[in-house]
Design a protein around this ligand. Structure first.
Ligand SMILES: C[S@@+](CC[C@H](N)C(=O)[O-])C[C@H]1O[C@@H](n2cnc3c(N)ncnc32)[C@H](O)[C@@H]1O
Length: 298
């Protein structure tokens, strides 16, 4: 399934003939980024056995407060008081739940890719919906944790309860025994064949990229879709922490909409200001408002 991220050519035992690169792996997960050894030297884990030196490292951490909460519905987050009542009213609703339901109806039969998967909440939904799933992220730590969470390697994890406390909670994911592939990869150079994915998801990824990288990631991701393939986007308002405080302009801005139209994408459905709740510990939650888009490649 994976191809060379530099040339797009097929790989033989992780070797790209055209690029003359043998792609390395971290704990069995292939590192399919351009110039993978430079990447590992900067961002890889300290690994004396593979000769990766540890100096000048820039660790790409996991962008989630804990391993369990990203998989919980708002009603399961356990807040108290009127905020807790509001979460109970939200029930199962949230950006991932809505986007996954839309995409499952709109996307043709075929594999799905979660790009910038983080701990893998959307990859888990894709798998639960019966798709063959590719989960990609640039952070080695995120991909390793995602694999552990989605395949049953980690069934319990520490969740903060208050500033100095934590408790073990079970991971609410049915383990995948097949149909899931992971790679350390860059959204601007996904190691997949053109037009090979029925559904691609970019969840809170465009928020963290600069403008040029947003366009590069969109071009690359849309290139993975055949005609009729579906792209789902979750883009957050940069809302302040705490209760919703609506900014004036919805993401994605007019420029991104123009880029999407130029790349041949039609909006099938859109839902704005969907609350996305992050639990930090018992008394600290962040609510971000999210623009959710479902687009089809014409
Ligand atoms: C805010 S997190 C969202 C994670 C996940 N999609 C979710 O909804 O929970 C953004 C993720 O994008 C990843 N990321 C950032 N830049 C990337 C890039 N250029 N290519 C691939 N992943 C990237 C980060 O490592 C991080 O896991």
């Amino acid at each position: 399934m994976f191809v060379c991220p530099e040339t797009g050519a097929s790989l033989e035992a992780w070797y790209s003939n055209q690029a003359d690169v043998l792609y390395p792996s971290v704990d069995g997960i292939p590192v399919l980024v351009p110039r993978p050894y430079d990447f590992l030297r900067r961002h890889g884990p300290w690994d004396p056995t593979s000769g990766v030196a540890g100096h000048a490292q820039d660790i790409l951490g996991v962008d989630a407060p804990d391993a369990v909460s990203p998989f919980l519905a708002p009603s399961g987050l356990g807040a108290s008081g009127s905020f807790g009542d509001w979460l109970l009213d939200l029930g199962q609703d949230g950006p991932d739940a809505w986007l996954a339901a839309q995409a499952q109806d709109a996307a043709p039969v075929g594999p799905a890719v979660d790009i910038g998967c983080g701990t893998g909440p959307m990859a888990a939904r894709m798998h639960a919906a019966g798709r063959h799933v590719i989960a990609l992220d640039r952070s080695p730590d995120a991909v390793l944790l995602c694999r552990a969470l989605l395949t049953g390697g980690l069934t319990e994890a520490l969740v903060p309860t208050h500033r100095r406390g934590a408790r073990m909670m079970s991971v609410p994911v049915r383990p995948a025994t097949s149909g899931l592939e992971l790679a350390i990869a860059d959204a601007r150079h996904p190691p997949l064949e053109p037009a090979s994915m029925a559904w691609a998801h970019l969840g809170f990824l465009l928020d963290v990229l600069g403008p040029d990288d947003v366009v590069a990631a969109l071009v690359a991701t849309i290139g993975l879709l055949p005609r009729g393939g579906v792209l789902t986007l979750a883009n957050a308002y940069d809302a302040p922490e705490g209760a919703p405080n609506l900014p004036d302009e919805a993401p994605p801005g007019p420029e991104m909409r123009e880029v999407l139209a130029e790349l041949g994408m039609t909006v099938l459905a859109e839902r704005d200001k969907v609350p996305h709740v992050t639990r930090h510990y018992d008394r600290r939650f962040t609510v971000r408002l999210v623009d959710c888009m479902v687009l089809r490649r014409d």
